[in-house]
Write a new protein. Structure first.
Length: 698
């Protein structure tokens, strides 16, 4: 050590100097510093290539300096160097260091690792485990997990006591081979240190350490992936899944972790991440284990569930239709996995527009769940909710309301009001209330659900967005147009932040949200903009769902009524007439969608002076709608007002006045005197009705 006047600066990876001198913790470069150094040394290097090289080297100053020297002296291309890093990183780190450095970076770490091995062999073996995690924070709580304790005990039986684990981390940190981040808290080990540690192990030891890390991750107490309180644990495990080689494992415990992770990503709203992980797992497991392996079938089932949430119903159907007979053959028709596949198939059919088949399959599945698992089991409640979804799709709103009310009550008792599935059922219950004409109760329920989901999961979570969109519909139908406009703007912004713009694979939820935005625009008097938005939705629906899917037909109906409101009667009439015919074929002549569309066809006939045909359709629609809904229902009020207008035009003034007066009195009482529908009935104006397509998933 130099003596005399002046200061001595010592650079060292060791932490023991903290007790002897004033220290400055020198971290890796910021990315901009790495890029600047590379650009200064190699003037021809593109910024993107410099960024990629810095990323590969983890911004370690010595490694970045070594890369700059290599590129400047060998004339190797950036692409070639990146490929070399991918294939031979440890060898690159062993190359002679830049001028002024006594040793290659790898030698420095090896020397520290050897000292660690001599002073604390168990700590050195723990470092070997760390080398097979991702180069991301490793939660210190993993040291106390059952899997880690079991593994450390094999290194040293005395390490079953978690109190002794601190010495392992202290020694690894002391030799500069890892850093403790107390803020998280977690251990950080540089990716290049990991690479050198791995490369110095034999193939046999590498495989053993990798397997041990996989089991450590799988043994972590992670809980139900649906429970928000467990999400931080899942996220801390997620980043280490692929780097640990977990997708290549054949251990059932590791498979269970991967399956849970796919579910976690779906529940937290990361649908793209859920799909990607599931697809990678299928690609890894199925060739090795075969198509009939239970874990392969389970991960494919979860993939299908995620595809449904992404509105990729055709792909989901192909999977569920293939795995259902395999599960029934392997496990039996009443096994929970087979039952889940069966109800998944019902949702697939719903997404494909085959509402009646979906309903029949869902109706057959629920009793089996009740018999085998009881009324309050989570899966039974899911099946009950699924049946309610299909009841709405076939137009049986009363039964959907009854099912959802019962399911919601049981879910709140079993899982609490803030559970993600409880909130989804609460949203559908709010929709049911709207469908049966209870607008005030619907708004109360949806307002509470939206606020709770926003608080628990954030503004952009799918559950929040669907609740928000449903709240918009109810507000609009109550005549609260400005509030509806403000909220639909926020909901669309939420979708825009999480889902790409509309195209051939736009989720149904986004299509429905955009269609509702068009309805709000029209309610504000901007019929041309409403028509433009609805036309975009119609084109997307035709492209991805087909011309006869109920979603497509709902968009076509709304395009027609926006044209009507913009005085485009002649253009609207053939669109509406064709849509009504297609609705009758798709969902049945007596379905509310068909009847509402026929009401709009009657309006088009009336506008064209074809009063007799308008009256015939008005009488037909009123008779059937009045048989389905109570007389206070807004759709029945619209049908009554339209019928009165046709009767008056044909000279039947007395009957027209009787019907109009009754509808006006009810509308004033139920909707209010200033409601647009009340005003229309009072003025004898005809009412065009939009169709809001029902969700095929929750």
């Amino acid at each position: 050590m130099p003596s005399g006047l002046g200061d001595v600066i010592i650079t060292t990876p060791g932490r023991e100097w903290v007790r002897e001198a004033w220290t400055i913790d020198v971290n890796v470069f910021e990315r901009a510093e790495s890029v600047a150094l590379l650009a200064r040394r190699v003037e021809t290097l593109a910024a993107a290539d410099a960024d990629a090289i810095a990323e590969k080297l983890g911004d370690l100053p010595l490694a970045v300096e070594q890369a700059a020297t290599w590129l400047a002296t060998t004339a190797m291309t950036a692409r070639g160097y990146l490929e070399l890093l991918d294939e031979h990183l440890p060898r690159i780190l062993n190359e002679p260091p830049p001028p002024g450095y006594p040793h290659p970076a790898a030698n420095t770490w090896r020397l520290s690792q050897e000292r660690l091995r001599q002073s604390n062999r168990a700590a050195a073996q723990l470092l070997e485990l760390f080398a097979f995690f991702a180069p991301e924070p490793i939660p210190t709580k993993l040291l106390e997990s059952p899997g880690m304790i079991d593994t450390l005990e094999k290194f040293d039986p005395g390490l079953r006591d978690p109190l002794l684990h601190g010495s392992l981390i202290r020694d690894i940190n002391r030799y500069g081979l890892a850093r403790v981040d107390p803020a998280i808290p977690a251990i950080r080990i540089h990716r290049l240190v990991q690479s050198v540690v791995r490369s110095d192990l034999s193939v046999t030891v590498q495989e053993e350490r990798r397997r041990q890390v996989q089991l450590i991750l799988a043994a972590e107490r992670r809980g139900d992936p649906r429970t928000r309180a467990n999400w931080p644990t899942y996220q801390s495990l997620r980043i280490h899944l692929e780097p640990s080689g977990a997708l290549e494992s054949d251990d059932p415990k590791v498979h269970a972790l991967v399956i849970d992770m796919v579910r976690y990503l779906r529940y937290r709203g990361d649908l793209a991440g859920s799909r990607e992980l599931a697809e990678h797992a299928v690609a890894s497991w199925q060739p090795r284990l075969g198509p009939d392996d239970v874990d392969v079938l389970r991960i494919r089932l979860e993939l299908a569930n995620t595809l449904k949430s992404l509105s990729q119903s055709r792909d989901a159907y192909e999977i569920d239709n293939d795995i259902l007979p395999r599960l029934e053959s392997r496990l039996g028709a009443e096994h929970p996995y087979a039952l889940r596949a069966r109800q998944g198939l019902a949702f697939d059919l719903a997404g494909l527009g085959e509402y009646r088949r979906a309903f029949e399959l869902a109706e057959k599945t629920l009793p089996t769940w009740r018999e085998t698992h009881g009324d309050d089991h989570d899966e039974t409640l899911k099946a009950s909710n699924n049946l309610a979804v299909t009841c709405r799709l076939v137009g049986d709103f009363d039964r959907a309301l009854e099912l959802d009310e019962d399911t919601l009550r049981r879910r709140v008792t079993q899982f609490g009001p803030a559970d993600v599935l409880t909130l989804q059922v609460a949203t559908m219950y709010g929709r049911d209330l709207r469908e049966v004409g209870e607008l005030e109760k619907s708004e109360e329920r949806l307002q509470a659900t939206f606020e709770l989901s926003h608080k628990e999961f954030g503004a952009d979570h799918p559950t929040t967005l669907i609740a928000g969109k449903n709240l918009v519909v109810t507000r609009r139908r109550r005549g609260r147009i400005d509030e509806a406009h403000e909220l639909i703007t926020a909901v669309r912004q939420g979708y825009a932040r999480t889902i790409p713009p509309m195209g051939p694979t736009t989720p149904e939820a986004v299509l429905a949200c955009t269609l509702e935005a068009a309805c709000v625009r029209s309610a504000r008097g901007d019929h041309d903009e409403a028509h433009t938005l609805a036309r975009d939705v119609l084109e997307s629906c035709r492209e991805q769902l087909g011309p006869d899917h109920p979603y497509t037909l709902a968009a076509a109906n709304d395009v027609g009524i926006f044209l009507m409101r913009a005085e485009g009667h002649e253009e609207a009439r053939p669109i509406l007439a064709d849509t009504a015919t297609r609705f009758a074929n798709a969902v049945g002549a007596d379905h509310p969608y068909t009847l509402v569309c026929q009401m709009n066809v009657a309006n088009a006939h009336f506008a064209a002076g074809e009063i007799t045909e308008a009256l015939r359709l008005d009488q037909h629609c009123h008779r059937h709608l009045a048989g389905k809904f109570k007389k206070e229902h807004p759709t029945v009020l619209a049908a009554t007002g339209n019928l009165a207008a046709s009767l008056r035009a044909t000279g039947a003034r007395h009957e027209a006045d009787v019907r109009s007066d009754e509808a006006l009195e009810i509308s004033r009482r139920v909707l209010g005197a200033e409601h647009p529908r009340t005003v229309a009935i009072e003025e004898g104006a005809r009412i065009n009705s939009d169709i809001e397509p029902a969700e095929t998933t929750t």
